[in-house]
Design a protein around this ligand. Structure first.
Ligand code: UDP
Ligand code: MG
Length: 136
């Protein structure tokens, strides 16, 4: 049975800065994820703190919010068959050193914090994260 989903993808500052946006987008397109909506923005630290609030108790939270607000990011809605899991597989493990071959994080990630991309991890979070960036 078909299961078309939408998920939120972010190209993080380390990747935007290294001009990897088009190369990362082409990975999604080649793997049957359509880019439905797409904008380049620079968020404030407060906005990053709101976006990442599920992580507020973690030791890396403050650095993570500083980092996501440190430069332009590209936020996108990806749509396709099992888009949430499909995007997570294309991204690879959080730590680029542990990410599978040919994943975005393995190829482009610099470190566990500067790991080039974000992707929603569940249907619920995908809905919330899409609404956070694309209110209509
Ligand atoms: N992160 C970090 N240090 C850690 C774990 C995570 O800096 O030890 C950052 C990293 O940028 C990661 C983000 O926090 O992408 C969110 O963490 P999560 O566990 O949700 O990983 P993801 O879903 O991005 O793979
Ligand atoms: Mg996560």
């Amino acid at each position: 049975m078909s299961n078309i989903e939408q998920t939120l993808s972010i190209i993080k500052p380390d990747a935007v800065e290294r001009n990897l946006t088009d190369e990362i987008k082409s990975v999604f397109i080649k793997n049957d994820l359509k880019i439905k909506n797409n904008k380049k923005i620079h968020i404030t630290k407060d906005e990053a703190a709101e976006f990442y609030k599920v992580h507020q108790s973690k030791p890396f939270y403050d650095d993570l919010c500083t980092y996501l607000s440190s430069g332009p990011i590209v936020v996108m809605i990806l749509e396709g068959e099992n888009a949430i899991l499909s995007n997570r597989k294309l991204m690879g493990a959080t730590d680029p050193k542990k990410a599978e071959e040919n994943t975005i994080r393995k190829k482009f990630g610099l470190s566990i914090d500067k790991n080039s991309v974000h992707g929603s991890d569940s249907k619920d979070n995908a809905k919330k994260e899409i609404a956070f960036f694309f209110k209509d």
